[in-house]
Design a protein around this ligand. Structure first.
Ligand code: MSP
Length: 659
């Protein structure tokens, strides 16, 4: 039974070998939006993400690095943890499939299925795709290759354990038919149904002989085998409720949280969730999740994202360059969740300049300037509405209702929700144009007060609706319009008269005093963006040249002599606003210069002051997040992503040339 009071949402657990890219960020931000929205609605929320750490690929990568698989996983998992910190992800727990309680749960469930006769040992021959870690039958193959990724497959003969999935085919079809929201979007639901109605479901190989793969979960009933990646991975959603979920009332933990309300996944892993996981749950006598939602894939400038093409979008870089909230907003405004979309920095900049800087940012700053000028930053809450204000209140009210529409939220229609929020913003801008407050200031103070109150309310509702998407921006708006703290305020106003906080007629119990802060979203000028882009491209090309085997060019001493390296002393250091990575330094290299360095995740600015560093002194100035950098400091980055600045072995005066 899905309970009304609790909300449990999951992301896929990501392969620990991957470096996080835009696809990982996309699902995780989507889950964050749902978690934040439901917390605001007063539900008990459990938001789970994590990493998938067993399997051949991890074993192989660890070996290549001379590490144990566990050491390798321990290092790689930090990439995800750090990114989620940066992107303001509010997950309640982070599961790793190497956690002992998870392993114990997997083994417990397997034993249960084995005892129940749901698992059988068979000899097997099939085709195995190592990168995808999946078996295929001969007729699945496309031109002899993996039907999913097109890569070569290996033929394998061995004994293995099989989960008897086929016997649940009819029950699964019925479940999908009877629960229209179980698989979303509808097009994907129809695909799965079509597949299940027209094909005979096979049984699922869930083991690997230990001789070929040691890095897995040992089968409790046969020590010569480990369990195969999907059985281990899918169980995470359930095992987490047994040891990672928040305490909730008196209910036994797991029984309170299971089943999940939403499993969010990419379209490529819908089958494993809709078919494998659902039938596993049926065999385990466990309830099925409320919904599995398959989102689309991002292409980049019209092309498939791939490491070899070198067009993989790094969410860290996007957040550093454009800000976390702008990046979060773009992903969910640009493309309906469920469809494929195309990512381009041009489109992102367009959204920032039009929706965020122009529509929203200007609305806030115009309102605050007027309120400051005419009423010294105060807002009088008005009960009597003039016809003009009544009309505006009705327009905002209906857009606001659409932004909170249950169906929109249960169907994850994020872009229509954002459309509705922008309708409030648009109406508010029109309201200013229509009422011309600067004219009212000269002739009708009563109406001017109403206009200010109306705009205040519109901005308040906008901040509330935007909170799940752009949490920091919403808090910022909330404070600038004279309120205390958004999340706490909502929590305190859940009952009685305060419960209307999501509607038009709500005012705080204290006097409102607005306070204009920094611009929400400065416009990004094209030249500035292109400059950054061209430079990045150049750098990438250069780096590629240096690292590609065979194409590495050697340089002569005269080339090296072109680089002017100098000793610099750090005079001051501060973080660049809205960037986790960038630090702005004043450095004395004989002359004073400003340097912007991406070392903010490894160093505190205070630590750097007084340090002697090595600076490339004759580099063309460049702009980073709009701030000029006159040179570059030298640092090395370890595999763990932590960097170390180059320093001298013995004290040398600043300005000294390094040769
Ligand atoms: N470990 C499995 C999931 C197990 S869940 C029990 C896995 N891991 S993954 O690291 O490969 O996950 C990748 C996720 O990112 C998938 O949901 C996938 O759909 C998504 N994306 C990968 N590339 C993507 C895009 N280009 N665009 C959007 N999402 C994409 O699969």
């Amino acid at each position: 039974m899905i309970q009304e009071k609790k909300f449990y949402v999951t992301t896929p657990i990501y392969y620990v070998n991957d470096i996080p890219h835009i696809g990982h960020a996309y699902t995780t931000i989507a889950a964050d939006i749902l978690a934040r929205y439901n917390r605001l609605q007063g539900k008990d929320v459990f938001f789970l993400t994590g990493t998938d750490e067993h399997g051949q690929k991890v074993e192989k990568a660890a070996k290549e690095k001379g590490k144990t698989p566990q050491e390798h996983a321990d290092a790689m998992v930090e990439n995800f943890r750090e990114l989620w910190g940066k992107l303001n992800i509010s997950n309640d727990a982070f599961i790793r499939t190497t956690d002992t309680p998870h392993i114990k749960t997997v083994q417990g469930l397997m034993q249960f299925l084995w005892d129940k006769g749901e698992i059988e040992k068979r000899s097997y021959s099939g085709w195995y795709c190592t990168p995808d870690e999946r078996f295929w039958t001969g007729k699945d193959l496309v031109e002899g290759k993996c039907p999913d990724c097109g890569r070569p497959v290996d033929q394998i003969h061995e004994e293995n354990y099989f989960f008897l999935m086929s016997k649940y085919q009819d029950r699964l079809v019925r479940h999908i038919e009877d629960n229209p929201d179980f698989l979303l979007p509808e097009t994907r639901r129809n695909e799965v149904l079509g597949f299940l109605r027209n094909n005979t479901l096979g049984d699922l190989c869930i083991s690997r002989p230990k001789s070929r793969l040691a890095w897995g979960v040992p089968l409790p009933f046969d020590e010569n085998f480990v369990t195969y990646v999907w059985f281990d991975a899918l169980v995470n959603y359930f095992s987490a409720t047994r040891y990672l979920a928040p305490e909730a009332g008196n209910a036994k933990l797991g029984d309170f949280w299971w089943p999940a309300d939403h499993h969010l996944v990419g379209k490529d892993i819908l089958t494993t969730h809709a078919v494998y996981w659902s039938t596993m749950l049926m065999a385990l006598n466990l309830p099925l999740p409320g919904n599995i939602f398959a989102h689309g894939w991002w292409t980049v400038d019209g092309k498939k994202m791939s490491k070899s093409v070198g067009n993989v979008v790094d969410p860290n870089a996007m957040a550093d360059q454009y800000g976390v909230d702008a990046f979060r907003y773009f992903l969910f405004r640009e493309v309906p969740f469920g469809l494929d979309g195309d990512f381009s920095e041009d489109a992102l900049v367009r959204r920032i300049n039009t929706d965020l800087a122009n529509d929203l940012g200007n609305l806030l700053s115009r309102f605050l300037s007027m309120d400051e000028k005419y009423f010294d930053g105060t807002i009088e809450a008005l009960v009597s509405l003039s016809p003009g204000l009544r009309e505006f209140a009705a327009q905002c009210g209906s857009a606001n209702a659409a932004a909170h529409d249950r169906h929109n939220w249960s169907h994850l229609r994020f872009n229509s929700i954002l459309d509705s929020v922008w309708e409030i913003v648009r109406e508010a801008n029109n309201y200013i144009a229509r009422t011309e407050p600067w004219k009212l200031a000269k002739k009708d103070e009563g109406e001017l007060k109403r206009v200010m109150f109306g705009l205040w309310n519109a901005l308040r509702l906008t901040a509330l609706s935007l909170y799940p998407f752009m949490p920091a921006t919403s808090e910022n708006i909330w404070r600038q319009i004279g309120l205390r703290a958004l999340v706490e305020e909502v929590q305190q106003n859940r009952s009685g008269a305060g419960a209307r906080i999501f509607e038009w007629n709500w005012i705080p119990a204290y006097a409102i005093k607005t306070a204009k802060g920094a611009q929400l979203f400065p416009r990004i000028e094209k030249a500035e963006k292109d400059e950054g882009k061209a430079e990045k491209k150049e750098q990438k090309k250069e780096m590629a040249k240096m690292t590609e085997p065979g194409t590495r060019e050697l340089i002569g001493i005269e080339d090296f002599a072109k680089v002017e390296l100098k000793v610099g002393k750090v005079i001051s250091a501060e973080r660049v606003e809205k960037s986790a990575k960038l630090i702005k330094l004043k450095v004395d290299t004989g002359e004073e210069r400003q340097i912007v360095a991406g070392i903010g995740k490894s160093y505190d600015p205070e630590y750097l002051v007084g340090k002697k560093i090595i600076v490339v002194a004759n580099l063309k100035p460049a702009k980073l997040m709009g701030i000029e950098s006159q040179g570059m400091l030298l640092a090395a980055t370890g595999e763990d992503g932590v960097c170390s600045i180059l320093a001298l072995d013995r004290d040398v005066d600043q300005g000294a040339r390094i040769k």
